[in-house]
Write a protein that binds this ligand. Structure first.
Ligand code: ADE
Length: 229
């Protein structure tokens, strides 16, 4: 999979070199490229933003600069992703969908966002375009959100994970939160591992884990459960 990131903070994405994602890049499972938006500016100051039409606080990122950058970076069939607190919520299902795309281009906005004609233009031009929010809070820009999405997406690529079963069993893959996990020692600071996990009875373990998933989800994320009949 090809991933391009356009940002005014390319150094932030040194994070792409480390951990499992770094290894996936070495193995050429992921071809990730980071671009400095200012390379597409046309004035000596490298201006990327301007005051909003209609007034108000903050600055808006200029469509002409973004247009030149994205014209160069987007290839046929690419999916353009704009992290934004005003986007649709990012979910595990969306991560799975995006993991099937040939090229993802993340356009990281700062300040009050990118001129709204930019996503409109590329959607009109036939690209898939998604404005996506990491959650109901505001970050300083799209960089952290883009990295979180890249991590959630790339770990779903075939061959990325050593243990494919751990993807099948984790939180959200079946719409529920994951069950609690324990390892040795069986007794720690007066706290005991639930007996059923030491029983060696696979059927009972599976049933207990499913009950724990339901209980956790009811307590922490009731919004994930279907409405009761
Ligand atoms: N940029 C700023 N806040 C954001 C959020 N919550 N999600 C995605 N991008 C953002």
């Amino acid at each position: 999979m090809r991933i391009d990131v356009v940002t005014i903070f390319p150094e932030f994405f040194q994070v792409l070199d480390v951990s499992l994602l770094g290894k996936a890049r070495q193995r050429e499972l992921v071809d990730a490229r980071v671009h400095h938006l200012r390379d597409w500016t046309s004035d000596v100051h490298g201006t990327v933003d301007d005051a909003p039409f209609g007034g108000g606080a903050g600055m808006v990122m200029k469509p002409d600069v973004w247009g030149r950058a994205l014209d160069d970076v987007l290839e046929t069939g690419a999916h353009l992703v704009l992290p934004s607190p005003a986007g649709v919520p990012f979910t595990q299902a969306m991560a799975a969908e995006l993991a099937t795309e040939p090229q993802l281009v993340f356009a990281c906005g700062r300040y009050e966002g990118i001129d709204a004609r930019v996503p409109q233009h590329y959607a009109d031009a036939g690209f898939r375009v998604s404005e996506v929010s990491l959650g109901d809070y505001v970050l300083n820009g799209g960089e952290v959100a883009a990295y979180a999405m890249i991590e959630a997406i790339t770990r779903l690529l075939p061959g990325f994970m050593g243990n494919a079963q751990s993807i099948v069993e984790e939180s959200h893959s079946d719409g529920l939160l994951e069950y609690p996990s324990y390892t040795r020692p069986a007794s720690w600071r007066g706290l005991e591992v639930p007996d059923v996990l030491l029983s060696g009875h696979h059927g009972k373990v599976a049933q207990w884990r499913h009950e724990q998933q339901l209980e956790r989800t009811r307590e922490r994320r009731p919004d994930l459960l279907p409405p009761e009949a």
